[in-house]
Design a protein around this ligand. Structure first.
Ligand code: AMP
Ligand code: MG
Length: 421
């Protein structure tokens, strides 16, 4: 395990006082290691979990050639270019009830979707293309080619081949695929345990009486939501006041119980914030000023064996730093292959002021234009405390480090977050 100082020393351009946002993820990639323990879980419980090892297909899917249509199965070598084909129906094949008999030239079998192709037959004419009369069908030439409307054995998954790579996050399509192999259980990495608390003397929990100078805690709720969507086991540690003894107790307990700790508030250089001092005392922690907006102050390191993310206090900054940095780091810890949220191109409906030398994440509303392209406009007030703008937004406009002002009509990158976490 590398120390903060070792990672910092190896990172080109590392400046903790004005850290390029792109370097944060490079740094975290070095700091984070995947949890090792695995467990076998039922397929329903595997949703959102990370596959611990490559999954090799024990069977082929589908397990035999079968019909893709309701129609009539026959041997396609009889198809000619000029004359209609007439075939006598000699049996019926249903899904789950195969036709076992032999089918000679000039004969066919009525077949339903999913039914096994009878021996020697390779082609299906859909029922709507065939005229039926007296247990015979006929259909014109050039409608069907040999092999049409037949699904081949193993065309989805082949026995002995890799069905899913280790590190795959098992989303609904993947759990369905696991089940399609007939597997009742699957080996996944154990869930990540993440403890979180908010800090600050002014922070009230919902239900407490509002007093002058105080604000209700929102960060614990957004962080809870983000972590739950990621599939972490959450440990809610409440609000911790700005008192060294309380902060120390909370951090030590969190480090005992969790793989990762997420705090919010107290990491900027405010006077009454003891959070930084306590983190420094208990762990190996870097305090950064990231060249970004919103966000800026952030602490990262280890307390005991737990990874620590000390996020800023402002509610939007918490969500943005989570999406940009914490989420990829936690995915890595969960053993998932890192897959950053894709950036899409959208046309900015308005001009935006932007200073080169920092990364800005503006809350945006992305819509599709008549011509199918994407268009984006800001949610208005981009203050880092304006949580309502995060509710309105469906993505973040990412204005990169070196980028300057944006003209109306110019294309910008957007990171869609709706439904992602
Ligand atoms: P700090 O980083 O502690 O200086 O906090 C920055 C700003 O975020 C202050 O205005 C705090 O009141 C506010 N803030 C900090 N924590 C929370 C929280 N859990 N919920 C809502 N606002 C918060
Ligand atoms: Mg504070």
């Amino acid at each position: 395990m590398k120390s903060i100082a070792e990672i910092a020393a190896q990172l080109q351009g590392y400046d903790p006082q004005a850290l390029n946002a792109d370097l944060v993820n490079l740094f975290l990639a070095q700091l984070v290691e995947p949890v090792r323990e695995t467990e076998e879980v039922g397929v329903f419980d595997a949703l959102g979990r990370v596959l611990a090892q490559d999954l090799v297909s024990p069977i082929s899917v589908p397990p035999h050639d079968n019909s893709a249509m309701d129609g009539y199965a026959f041997n396609g070598s009889q198809l000619g270019a000029d004359s209609p084909l007439t075939l006598k129906i000699v049996g019926t094949a249903l899904a789950g009830r195969p036709w076992q008999g032999d089918v000679a030239a000039g004969q066919c079998v009525k077949i339903m979707t999913g039914a096994i192709m009878p021996r020697g037959l390779d082609t299906v004419v859909p029922q709507e293309l065939a005229a039926l009369r007296n247990a015979e069908i006929s259909f014109p030439p050039n409608l069907v080619r040999p092999g049409d409307n037949r699904r081949l054995k193993g065309e989805d998954l082949q026995q002995g081949r890799m069905a899913l790579p280790g590190g795959e996050r098992l989303l609904p399509a993947a759990t369905g695929l696991v089940a399609s192999l007939g597997l009742k259980t699957v080996r996944v990495r154990r869930k990540l345990r993440v403890a979180y608390f908010s800090t600050g003397d002014e922070i009230l929990s919902p239900g407490e009486a509002l007093r002058e100078g105080a604000v209700y805690d929102s960060n614990r709720y957004t962080v809870f939501g983000l972590l739950s969507r990621l599939g972490c086991e959450v440990i809610d540690m409440g609000v911790v006041r700005d008192e060294p003894a309380l902060l120390e107790a909370a951090l030590s307990e969190a480090a005992q119980r969790a793989d990762a700790i997420i705090t919010s508030g107290g990491v900027s250089v405010g006077e009454a914030d003891y959070t930084r001092a306590t983190m420094k005392k208990l762990g190996d922690v870097a305090f950064w000023r990231i060249a970004m907006r919103p966000g800026r102050p952030m602490a990262v390191g280890r307390v005991g064996n737990a990874l620590l993310f000390g996020l800023p206090g402002n509610p939007v900054a918490v969500m943005v730093t989570f999406l940009a940095f914490v989420c990829p780091a936690l995915l890595r810890m969960m053993g998932a292959r890192p897959s950053p949220l894709p950036l899409l191109k959208a046309r900015s409906q308005e001009a935006m002021r932007k200073k080169p030398g920092r990364t800005e994440y503006q809350r945006g509303i992305v819509t599709q234009m008549q011509d199918g392209r994407l268009s984006v406009y800001g949610t208005g007030n981009q203050g880092s405390g304006v949580l309502s703008s995060m509710v309105q937004a469906n993505g973040l406009i990412v204005l990169h480090h070196a980028q300057g002002n944006v003209a109306a009509g110019e294309e910008v990158d957007v990171m869609m977050f709706e439904g992602v976490v």
